[in-house]
Ligand binder design. Sequence first.
Ligand code: ADP
Ligand code: MG
Length: 340
Amino acid sequence: LSPVPRRPIRELPDELISQIAAGEVVERPASVVRELVDNALDSGASQVTVRLLAGGVRLIAVEDDGCGIAREELPLALRRHATSKIASLGDLESVGTMGFRGEALAAIASVSELGLLSRTASQPSAFLLDSRSGELRPAARATGTSVEVKELFFSTPARRKFLKSDATELAHCIEAVRRHALARPDVGFAVWHEGKLLEQWRAGTPEQRLADVLGHDFIEQSVTLAYAAGPIRITGRAGVPDVARSRADQQFAYVNGRFVRDKVLAHAVRSAYEDVLHGQRQPVYVLHIEIDPARVDVNVHPTKIEVRFRDSREVHQAVRRAVENALAAPRAGGPAAPAL
Ligand code: ADP
Ligand code: MG
């Protein structure tokens, strides 16, 4: 064994720390879309527009009509661990916003060229901050924020090599917006690619949004979920067994408005379909779980796509019952239950 030469311990420079952190948060263009749309929704936007070039690799621009960022806070928005959303551990435990870690913009800026254009209602003009040069100058814009992310992973070719075709990256970006759109029917969304409008979902009722995003057929071929037990409330829709798919690509689960991927939830739904779905058929569902924030930890993963429930048995049972009850109830307009 050759001796390992001792090397001195050093603190890493800020830029490198951000680039390392970016590896966790920013995997591909769709991760940027997710983070920027999260921010737009947190700002109280009623309309969110996403513009992409080359599947998001060349450009991701997200515009909102939310509260905006004050001129003097623009540089701070790009700093690591700088956030307006929490101020204490107590806030963290009851956080109601999508963001709270203050990491996304810093991470994205460290692996791209980022432009932050924003205006608050009380400002006479907007200001544009360029992340590379640090230059801050007046610009034109209505109240709200536009973030432009160019040349993603340009400075980190190792990451860039993992990107798939533009078409694949685009599909992931659209999926990211769909996830938000299903959670927020009260907000209008639009997705443009290479100057073409690909998707437009106008603000409306939850039913309208479900039909817009998953198709009108889904409304006819699904049952409404409505269930409450203790601190848990479950709403949404579950597809009838006939519309089950070979792939698990139409399964949307939300915890307090946040899209999550969770084994407990997936298993609970699956077990509710146990007797009616056979083989590898995958149910279609949109599941909204409202639960006391103190009973769920959202700070488990940097992307917050995973959560941890304080009592996962309680959640499993509620979800299973919610879906079972809905599937067992006679469908409005459907064949009547046989008389006993
Ligand atoms: P987080 O969302 O976790 O706070 P981010 O890095 O995503 O961290 O954003 C940092 C801060 O910048 C936010 O806390 C918010 O104050 C501000 N910000 C970012 N995007 C927007 C936006 N679209 N509208 C208003 N403020 C924003
Ligand atoms: Mg954020």
